[in-house]
Design a protein around this ligand. Structure first.
Ligand code: UFG
Length: 326
């Protein structure tokens, strides 16, 4: 298939592009390069620098290329930023997404895989969290992604769009060539590894009074290659599961302190850290049920032990201690 990948220069979009190409698909890689890195885009993809806010430019992309399906990774994804700048999130995650859907409708492209998030659930009533759990996001990031999920259901009803929503828990890890490298890095594992490398003198652990075994937040880390597999499976079987949402996680949670300890073991280095106040917008515990993804799409996590996640991220980080060259 010819697949338009939005956000293809970003962390998950670039790894998923790599996996799609390996499976014999063609990738048209779209990114505005605000957060993404040109050198993260696999050379075999056709790269277009473009912005989803620009409707005429999207129109040109759909006119110039034969597109069979769209995987939509582009968007804003930092919880803490969303609390400070909600409008940026509604513009990027809702309005830009609508621009993309409208172009698809105009050009008769009816297959869509959407990157959503565990943040749509908010503070869970039960863990592991099943897909039909109550949705009560506690930050604008989660709210913006949930709004777009609702919009997708409307497009399905009125235009016949076939879509699958994939709700990631905490994406982490790296392929051999592509890893996590945000311009302003706020994610736990990259910051832990930067501290192990000495790029940061010390890191903060946000919150030590959560209702969890050691008082720090608990997250379900899922390897970016396993996330990519879930996308490929969803697209290849979309005719059977249109309109469905799937969690991508492992069902195992690790606390922030457990992640620091595992990283110290794996890297053989100290990770100096101090306990700080809570970060606004953080739920205490996010752990996925993945039963639906396994049962309906035949997905299995292959790389998502905490060990392999941290080891792969560490290997990539040692290769690129200051991130991508651009
Ligand atoms: N944390 C620290 N210190 C840091 C960085 C993070 O203690 O320097 C903590 C956070 O407070 C949180 C945990 O580590 O408790 C995980 O934080 P991340 O920033 O790595 O990830 P989030 O859980 O905030 O969010 C990520 C993605 C979202 C996604 C969410 C779903 O950024 O897109 O996972 O769980 F929605």
């Amino acid at each position: 298939m010819n697949i338009l990948v939005t956000g293809a220069a970003g962390y998950i979009g670039s790894v998923c592009s790599e996996v799609l190409l390996k499976r014999g698909h063609q990738v048209i890689a779209l990114d505005n390069l605000q957060e993404g890195h040109r050198s993260a885009v696999p050379p075999a993809a056709t790269f277009i620098q473009g912005d989803l806010a620009d409707r005429p430019q999207i129109e040109k992309v759909f006119s110039a290329h034969k597109i069979d399906a769209v995987m939509h990774f582009a968007g804003e994804a930092l919880v803490a930023k969303s609390v400070r700048e909600p409008s940026t999130f509604y513009a990027a995650n809702v309005a830009c997404g609508v621009n993309l859907l409208d172009a698809m409708v105009r050009h008769g492209v009816d297959k869509f895989i959407f990157s959503s998030t565990a943040a749509t659930y908010g503070e869970p009533d039960t863990v592991p969290i099943p897909e039909d759990h109550r949705k009560a996001p506690i930050n604008p990031y989660g709210k913006s992604k949930l709004r777009f999920e609702e919009i997708l259901a409307d497009y399905r009803a009125y235009t016949g769009l076939k879509y699958v929503t994939v709700r990631y828990f905490n994406a982490a890890g790296a392929s051999a060539d592509r890893g996590e490298n945000h311009r302003m890095e706020t994610h736990l594992i990259p910051r832990v590894l930067d501290t192990a490398l000495g790029n940061l003198p010390e890191m903060e652990i946000f919150g030590f009074d959560y209702p969890t075994p050691d008082g720090t937040c608990v997250r379900d880390f899922i390897h970016v290659l396993d996330i990519s597999d879930s996308h490929v499976l969803a697209l290849e079987q979309i005719e059977r599961v249109p309109g469905e949402a799937f969690n991508v996680g492992t069902t195992s949670g690790y606390s922030n302190l457990q992640v620091v300890q595992a990283a110290e073991r794996i890297t053989g280095r100290k990770v100096p850290h101090r306990l700080s106040p809570r970060r606004p917008g953080d739920p205490a515990i996010l752990v996925a049920s993945n039963e639906k993804l396994k049962r309906l799409l035949g997905w299995e996590p292959k790389h998502s032990s905490l060990e392999e996640i941290i080891q792969s991220a560490w290997d990539w980080r040692k290769r690129y201690p200051h991130g991508y060259p651009d």
